[in-house]
Design a protein around this ligand. Structure first.
Ligand code: RTP
Ligand code: MG
Length: 132
């Protein structure tokens, strides 16, 4: 068993999709170990997305992720990072397969409704950042 960090982004919370998204992870077999609705401070957003700080979309990404509450979760399961990313689907919802969360529920790369850690190291780093 391993852990991953997942959060419903402000667009997903605003659209009332927390229940739908949590249900998909539970149906897959994940256990929810921690969960909270929270407002992300700008400094936390900049640290969380630090790997993208030189990218042209960084400012918009930080503005977006701090624009309203997010629903942050720690999920446990077999190959948690990989299984969660496969449920989530590709970064750009236009490329995400139907059946995935982004493929079914989003249309735009800048508001793609959910975040999932991309490696075990990122997962542990992000779990510490959000749930110390
Ligand atoms: P996330 O970190 O949010 O789970 O998304 P991801 O791993 O699938 O994608 P990543 O490469 O880490 O990018 C982080 C977020 O930046 C936005 N993005 N915009 N305009 C663009 O070309 C672009 N590329 C990435 C997306 O909202 C993505 O989720
Ligand atoms: Mg990422």
């Amino acid at each position: 068993m391993s852990r991953t960090f997942v959060m419903v982004k402000p667009d997903g919370v605003e659209r009332g999709l927390i229940g739908e998204i949590v249900a998909r992870f539970e149906c897959k077999g994940f256990k929810i170990k921690e969960a909270k609705l929270m407002q992300i401070e700008r400094s936390l957003a900049e640290t969380h997305y630090g790997e993208h700080k030189e990218r042209p979309f960084f400012g918009d990404l930080v503005d977006f992720i701090t624009s309203g509450p997010v629903f942050a979760m720690v999920l446990e399961g077999k190959d948690a990072v990989k299984n969660a990313r496969s449920l989530i689907g590709k970064t750009n919802p236009a490329d995400a397969e139907p059946g995935t969360i982004r493929g079914d529920l989003a249309m735009d790369v800048s508001s793609n409704i959910i975040h999932g850690s991309d490696s075990d190291e990122s997962a542990e780093r992000e779990i510490k950042l959000f749930f110390q």
